[in-house]
Design a protein around this ligand. Structure first.
Ligand code: HMN
Length: 289
């Protein structure tokens, strides 16, 4: 598993129900048009934490059904309800997902022993690999090199989705664990992360910017830093505009510009206003590749 993985956006209808056809179109767009290497399903971008367990299963099933074996699939199964996380891990493994991922447990201030037990418990009954999903800005969980090392002692934990602007720790992890997979999680920092030898990246904006992201990885591998900087600059112009206009709403509006029925976000996220839709169209005209 290597390369550019889209953190898959989800499609909901106006009432907030999963829009199956729209979700299938999002999968197809990522595979056929952006030609990404894989999909990261039910992450933050998939509005996972606003879904019921049954809805998460529905999304996992639709995506596997649509993508088949065309690209690698990672299932984010992390949940504060450990029984749910274990059940989802078993479910996606049966469906044929290539890897699991689980967000570090959040909200309660779990200590490291509890976090370690969470990962080991999710994995104890399931024959699959796991990428730790570390995103301190949203979870408040900051782990150091030694703690990652302790988690990596479980051989089923094969890597980490590292969503932090901490290049010191990223370099230390890469150096200490050359055999583990490291996926970077901030799309706007793909170039510097690539220089440190990441295996790939997982990101929300790849739903609409997968080709440039692939180009950045390729240029860095070929030692063409000029090209990598050009593509990262173009990407960052797009990412800045998306973040300023509302992250998930704008990604969905941009997909609509491309003819994909990406629908709406689920409450409590807002529907986009007229101005936001117009700005998204302008972003589509000027900043998409
Ligand atoms: C996921 O779980 O859906 C993603 O992998 C999350 C991903 O790391 C994104 N992070 C957040 O949304 C907090 C990034 O792609 C991010 O959206 C992007 O770099 C813009 O800041």
């Amino acid at each position: 598993m290597k390369g550019i993985f889209t953190a898959l956006i989800n499609s909901f209808d106006e009432k907030g129900n999963i829009n199956e056809q729209g979700l299938r179109e999002i999968v197809r767009y990522n595979i056929d048009v952006s030609q990404v290497d894989g999909l990261y399903v039910n992450g933050s971008t998939g509005e996972n934490f606003m879904l019921s367990a049954e809805e998460k299963k529905k999304v996992f099933k639709i995506v596997k059904d649509e993508a088949g074996d065309e690209v690698d699939l990672i299932a984010q199964v992390g949940a504060l309800n450990i029984f749910e996380a274990k059940d989802l891990a078993a479910y996606v493994t049966d469906l044929g997902y290539d890897a699991l991922s689980a967000v570090t447990p959040f909200y309660y201030k779990f200590d490291f022993e509890e976090i370690k037990d969470y990962y080991n418990s999710i994995l104890e009954d399931v024959d699959n690999q796991m990428l730790i999903y570390s995103i301190p800005a949203l979870t408040g969980v900051n782990m150091d090199l030694k703690q990652f090392g302790e988690l990596f002692e479980n051989e089923k934990i094969t890597g980490v989705k590292f969503t932090a602007p901490d290049f010191f720790l990223l370099e230390r992890l890469r150096h200490a664990y050359p055999e583990k997979l490291i996926f970077s999680g901030f799309d706007e920092m793909l170039l510097p992360a690539s220089v440190y030898g990441i295996d790939g990246a997982i990101g929300s904006t790849f739903n609409v910017n997968g080709k440039r992201a692939k180009g950045i990885l390729k240029a860095v591998h070929e030692g063409d830093l000029g090209e990598a900087r050009k593509l990262q600059k173009e990407s960052n112009d797009l990412i800045t505009a998306i973040l300023d206009n509302g992250l998930y709403q704008t990604i969905k509006e941009l997909l609509k510009v491309k003819g994909v029925d990406a629908g709406y976000c689920r409450k409590p996220m807002k529907k986009p206003g007229d101005e936001q839709i117009e700005s998204a169209k302008e972003i589509g005209r000027t900043l998409l590749d």
